[in-house]
Design a protein around this ligand. Structure first.
Ligand code: IMP
Ligand code: MG
Length: 175
């Protein structure tokens, strides 16, 4: 049975989201960015970020699958199960993701979006697991950098569980 330990509280997350939103707002003054969220993990972060931005944003979602049930490792095979529903050519696209782990998923998404010729393409990640990185990722906005562990809560799951938690917790399987 897993034990959960709070890593970032609801309050810390709220403050962090506002901080990131300030940076983004500063960089996108006079623009109308298109936020592209990666389902499902990013939907809570996306909802809060969007409302903290106070910019005229548009939103889109894509969905990928790379995880098998109960696994904590990417299978390495990434499939896009939901594509964009509108053209992004000429738009200022900001990808919003819950976690950067090995980086393969985000690399896949960035390549997919780049081919559609947006006017700019940036990346915003709530939790960066730098220690796990296998491919180079240009991350423009980062919430939290962590040094170890598997996290859940605030939309982020472990085998579809724990997304509903308000805090971000570390899954501790030792106990
Ligand atoms: P990557 O392709 O290895 O970078 O995997 C990224 C995806 O794996 C993220 O979008 C998450 O959905 C999932 N993931 C990676 N680390 C964690 C974690 O600590 N908790 C929950 N999901 C994770
Ligand atoms: Mg995800």
């Amino acid at each position: 049975m897993e034990q959960l330990k709070v890593l970032f509280t609801e309050d810390e997350i709220r403050r962090k989201v506002v901080e990131i939103a300030h940076e983004i707002r500063r960089d996108y003054q006079g623009k109308r960015p298109l936020l592209v969220g990666i389902l499902k993990g990013s939907f809570v972060f996306m909802a809060d970020l969007m409302r903290a931005l106070r910019l005229h944003v548009e939103i889109e979602f894509v969905q990928l699958s790379s995880y098998g049930r109960g696994r904590k490792e990417s299978t390495g095979k990434i499939r896009m199960v939901r594509r964009l529903t509108t053209p992004i050519r000429g738009k200022d696209v900001l990808v919003v993701e819950d976690i950067a782990d090995s980086g393969h998923t985000l690399k896949f998404v960035l390549d997919y979006l780049e081919r559609k010729k947006p006017s700019s393409l940036k990346l915003c990640v709530l939790v960066d697991k730098v220690f796990r990185r296998e491919v180079d990722l240009p991350i423009d906005y980062v919430g939290f950098r962590i040094e170890k562990g598997f996290v859940v809560g605030y939309g982020i799951d472990y085998d579809e569980r724990f997304r509903y938690l308000k805090d971000i917790c570390i899954v501790d399987e030792e106990s």
